[in-house]
Design a protein around this ligand. Structure first.
Ligand code: SF4
Length: 343
């Protein structure tokens, strides 16, 4: 937990397990595997639902307190006008969406948002910019933001597009804790979603981030018209990275008018829960984030995701440019489920 943060002060109920002085150690000594094959991942997806959930919950309990949820807040520090063509994204300049391009936010405005996020219970503050990759002068401003947010006692995360090795090092030197760069989908389906950068580009950025000593936040989006085989492929790649990402966001596509995926059919919520469960089993020590798409998800589906091993959410009414459940709704849901913020 961030120093000085009080869950009760912001309206969260502290979980009973957090308070239990004699709680048994939960950390499993089993080392996570990095050699998952697609056949093995497919076999997990194909399990009967009760069996899959039992295995996911077992992996979750061996590595985490299942009543704790890590809470992050995400702010768009530079919105819209992006030259990339990610088919799901309303910030691409190539699509006619309601998102207008804006200049980068000023440092003080970002710090004001970070203070508010901390007051509302977030322990990590993520800053997103709609760039293919940052220019060096942009990075000066972002590094100042990272230093300022860190000084507030929050963990810092950034998502700025592709990074070179020296850029990753600069961010590390400014105190950046996490860098988000998603693989989005399987290597095979990737070209249907993005053509302006390759899967290999993404893996290279992840490598630069890891080598700089920054924690990796990397996951994907489901419901983009991919097949189960693509979801299997995406999880198999993530779970076979030399080190598992510390954070694995699993996003449900948010269909935004004007983007090429706006008319995509909805994914079966149970298939979404299965994806979360397989991520939990294959990357047992990673924090699995129930990420975008919660606004359109029933509370029952979200509850199943927590049971399947999701243990992080984005908190706050907006995720970059798309809606997210309000703070009151999240507090109420977490209270109903007996969940509290992760220390
Ligand atoms: S997802 Fe990121 S890189 Fe892709 S279009 Fe949107 S802002 Fe640009």
């Amino acid at each position: 937990m961030a120093k000085g943060f009080s869950p009760a002060a912001v309206g969260f109920k502290t979980s009973p397990m957090t308070l239990a002085a004699d709680a048994p150690p939960r950390l499993s000594t089993a080392l996570p595997r990095h050699d998952w094959t697609r056949d093995e991942v497919r076999a997990l997806f194909d399990l009967p639902f009760p069996e899959l959930m039992f295995r996911a919950q077992s992996a979750h309990r061996q590595n985490f307190d299942p009543t704790e949820v890590q809470i992050s807040t995400l702010l768009s520090i530079k919105t819209g006008g992006c030259p990339e063509d990610c088919a799901y994204c309303p910030q691409s300049a190539r699509y006619d969406t309601a998102v207008a391009a804006e200049k980068m936010m000023a440092l003080e405005a970002v710090l004001q948002e970070a203070r508010a996020a901390k007051k509302s219970g977030a322990s990590r503050f993520c800053m997103g910019a709609a760039w293919r990759s940052p220019k060096d002068r942009d990075l000066d401003s972002v590094c100042a933001m990272v230093e300022g947010v860190k000084a507030l006692g929050l963990e810092t995360c950034a998502t700025l597009g592709m990074l070179s090795a020296p850029q990753a090092q600069r961010l590390k030197d400014s105190g950046l804790d996490y860098y988000n760069h998603n693989l989005d989908t399987s290597p095979e389906f990737y070209d249907h979603i993005i053509t302006t950068r390759t899967y290999r580009d993404r893996l290279e950025t992840l490598d630069h981030v890891r080598r700089a000593g920054i924690h990796v936040c990397c996951g994907g989006i489901v419901g983009m018209g991919e097949t189960r085989e693509d979801r299997i492929g995406m999880i198999a790649v993530l779970a076979s990275l030399p080190a598992h990402p510390e954070s694995v966001p699993i996003n449900m596509l948010v269909k935004v008018a004007g983007t090429p995926l706006s008319g995509e059919s909805a994914l079966d919520p149970i298939e979404f829960v299965r994806t979360v469960a397989v991520a939990r089993i294959t990357m047992p020590r990673s924090v699995v984030r129930l990420s975008a798409g919660r606004e359109d998800m029933s509370e029952e589906t979200q509850a199943l995701c927590f049971l399947a091993g999701a243990n992080s959410i984005f908190y706050g009414p907006k995720l970059l440019t798309t809606p997210n459940p309000g703070r009151d709704r999240d507090r109420e849901l977490m209270a109903r489920l007996g969940l509290g913020p992760m220390e």
